[in-house]
Design a protein around this ligand. Structure first.
Ligand SMILES: C[S@@+](CC[C@H](N)C(=O)[O-])C[C@H]1O[C@@H](n2cnc3c(N)ncnc32)[C@H](O)[C@@H]1O
Length: 148
């Protein structure tokens, strides 16, 4: 749901990317869990500039502001959120939206501190990366077959 994922994925030419971000920069950087999802570190104009400077063409992506509640209700093949969804704020903030945009084959990848929780919500949960730190250890998981 941000820029880095697109730079990584820009090698797969011809795909269309939908980016969901906030258009807000918190005064102070806050680490850890943000219960109310009040913190954000993004300026949509700068994100546009960043993407285009790094070779993304405007016709290949669209940016949506999470707080404007106009997110696209179409099915997605892949949804990728690195160090954002369920790492800084609760997965359940997006659950109703995921109901609309994920089908059984859709692949959702995100980083979480509670990987076991997601076997209740998805048919398959695979750990694809593990970050071990004294604080905020996390797993990157790949989920398919949403059961909700
Ligand atoms: C630690 S950064 C990770 C950014 C990027 N995924 C990366 O790996 O470089 C967390 C990002 O989540 C964004 N964010 C916060 N709340 C959000 C929400 N509800 N939906 C989408 N993005 C959100 C913040 O603005 C920030 O850019």
């Amino acid at each position: 749901m941000c820029g880095l994922e697109l730079i990584i994925n820009s090698f797969s030419l011809g795909n269309f990317f939908t980016i969901i971000e906030k258009n807000y920069v918190s005064e102070k950087v806050k680490y850890g869990w943000d219960e109310k999802n009040l913190e954000a570190y993004n300026d949509i104009d700068k994100l546009n500039l960043f993407l285009q400077t790094n070779g993304m063409e405007k016709k290949n992506y669209e940016i949506y502001d999470f707080d404007k509640n106009n997110l696209p209700a179409v099915l997605f093949d892949y949804v990728i959120s690195l160090y954002s969804l369920d790492y800084h704020y609760d997965f359940y903030l997006y659950k109703d939206y995921f109901k609309k945009i994920l089908n059984k084959e859709s692949i959702l990848i995100f980083d979480t501190v509670r990987p076991d929780h997601f076997s209740k919500l998805f048919d398959k949960v695979k750990v694809i990366n593990s970050i071990e730190k004294d604080t905020h250890s996390s797993k990157r998981i790949m989920c398919t077959g949403a059961k909700f």
